[in-house]
Ligand binder design. Structure first.
Ligand code: BES
Ligand code: MN
Ligand code: ZN
Length: 503
């Protein structure tokens, strides 16, 4: 997709299709009124006829009555007061998805209505719209087949229209947005691939290819070394499958090197290539979705690749503990006591609470490799979806100052988070008779307990992002297909880039 920023008015730009974001309530003054006049009243008649409703992401196409653009796509952005960066990405993704199966080679996008809604930051909007268009073209239907009905079309050229803006600044921002969208697509495809395709070793192979491509340090720890090192929780999950576990480590920058903010940041992602529940086996209903339980690992692997493209050499460590959680003669039994890498004795009373086990050892190991700040991302609980739904990621963290830094990166990235509390009183509900703690408690407050469990394995500033429901959509929306969404990839990239050295 070629990119071009133009500072002309939208009615002067030739294209196959011009996207016109429309705020509600619709007022035909300013640019929209002028565009309507030049299109012979087409826009107004569409709205009067009721073809474009005021609901955000609703769309309608129109002919252009002699404008240099061949067709118009009007898209409602709803109340401009509630437009944030996430909405801007989704408005762009919706427009692109709406074009599936159409012949659009040159796609023009009028940025001004979105820039006005975001307080005039046209460069930010250019980055978010370019990213959104490319993210909107993401199509998991073609992972395993060559052709599908109404295939997504990536336009040859994306023309961003921003009258009066600084074209060079917008181009830079848009190019960066495209790199982020490409990283998100990488995370999504890795995650969407099925479990008979992506085993822990296959994910490690993918990581090796990424390391070669972007000149990253890589280490892959197999079962022998993991056992020797004392990763008892990681091995407790990994030992149940014929596909051996892999602790995947990728690093840009030097060992223990601090970034411009004085951090050695580690991003740690849950990589359960299939979560059957193990001996505490899951109900069969929708078990097929548990191939997505590796999404956190795919997200951190893609994020370090994106950071390596945007700011090579930025100190960053990615850790992806990767396993299959399977029942079998070698599986961990409920009630087994294992020793974690940090020495704690853990009583595994539920083998389906496996994510926290592999993450706990991965977090300890990241600290051993010099991490001073840690963020983990995981499809950790069903409870987070019941609490928050799929529009906001649940998050925990301590100290508050580091949580706030991660939340600020999320805001820059256009991703929503909601902080949940680490209530001390619930720690005692995870006490074990034989060990130091159990890996789950009673279901009441189960979401909070998942955070408290992870906290036992970190001694440094740490944030946990539970993407179990935001990271994977069960059904398509206007702006995204069913499957992996790429959630938190952009946040991790923004967080790491905050520590990039200038230049
Ligand atoms: N991978 C699941 C969480 C999950 C559930 C992700 C639904 C996406 C959709 C996780 O390993 C799990 O099984 N969690 C249990 C924890 C419980 C046993 C303490 C859960 O949420 O039920
Ligand atoms: Mn599980
Ligand atoms: Zn799981």
């Amino acid at each position: 997709m070629q990119l071009r920023v133009v500072t002309d008015q939208p009615w002067d730009v030739p294209a196959d299709l011009l996207v016109v974001p429309v705020a509600s309530p619709v007022t035909f003054d300013g640019g929209l009124g002028e565009l309507d006049r030049r299109a012979g009243g087409e826009l107004k008649s569409l709205v009067d006829f009721g073809d474009l409703n005021a609901k955000r992401y609703s769309t309608a196409t129109a002919s252009t009555g002699g404008l240099p653009a061949r067709r118009l796509l009007l898209e409602s952005i709803g109340d401009p007061a509630t437009v944030d960066r996430e909405v801007v990405v989704r408005v762009a993704a919706t427009a692109e998805r709406r074009l599936a199966g159409r012949a659009v080679r040159r796609l023009a996008f009028w940025l001004s209505p979105l820039a006005d809604a975001l307080g005039g930051d046209a460069a930010a909007v250019a980055g978010l719209v370019a990213r959104g268009v490319l993210e909107g073209s993401y199509d998991p239907r073609t992972i395993y087949r060559d052709s599908v009905d109404s295939p997504m079309v990536v336009p040859d050229e994306l023309i961003l229209i921003a009258p009066g803006a600084d074209a060079a600044a917008l181009t830079t921002a848009a190019e960066r947005g495209i790199v982020i969208a490409e990283g998100s697509a990488l995370a999504r495809t890795l995650s969407n691939r099925s479990s008979n395709d992506v085993s822990p070793e296959v994910l490690a192979e993918e990581a090796r290819a990424i390391a070669r491509k972007h000149d990253l340090w890589i280490d892959v720890i197999g079962p022998e070394r993991a056992t020797e090192l004392g990763m008892g929780m990681f091995m407790a999950v990994g030992r149940g499958s014929d596909n051996p576990p892999r602790m995947i480590l990728l690093r840009s920058g030097g060992e223990g090197e601090l970034d411009a903010l004085g951090r050695h940041l580690a991003i740690v992602g849950k990589g359960v290539c299939f979560d059957s529940g193990g001996i505490s086996i899951k109900p069969s209903d929708r078990m097929e979705e548990m191939k997505m339980d590796k999404t956190g690992a795919c997200t951190v692997i893609a994020a370090i690749a994106t950071v390596a493209r945007l700011a090579p050499g930025t100190p960053l460590l990615a850790v992806a503990p990767t396993v299959e959680n399977m029942p079998g003669p070698h599986s961990t039994r409920p009630g087994d006591i294992v020793t974690a890498l940090n020495g704690k004795k853990v009583d595994i009373i539920n083998t389906d609470a496996e994510g926290r086990l592999i993450l706990g050892d991965a977090l300890s190991y990241a600290e051993r490799l010099g991490a001073t700040h840690l963020v983990d991302v995981a499809t950790l609980t069903g409870a987070v979806g019941r609490a928050l739904g799929n529009q906001v990621t649940g998050a925990f963290g301590t100290p508050q100052s580091f949580y706030d830094e991660v939340a600020a990166a999320g805001a820059r990235a256009g991703e929503r988070y909601w902080q949940l509390p680490l209530i001390e009183d619930y720690v005692s509900e995870m006490e074990s008779w034989y060990g130091d703690l159990t890996n789950s408690g009673s279901p009441e407050g189960g979401l909070i307990k998942s955070g408290l469990f992870l906290r036992e394995f970190v001694t440094r500033p740490w944030v946990h992002l539970d993407i179990a429901s935001t990271g994977y959509y069960r059904k398509a929306t206007a702006y995204a297909p069913r499957g992996a969404t790429g959630a938190s990839h952009a946040t991790l990239v923004e967080l790491a880039l905050a520590g990039a050295r200038a230049g």
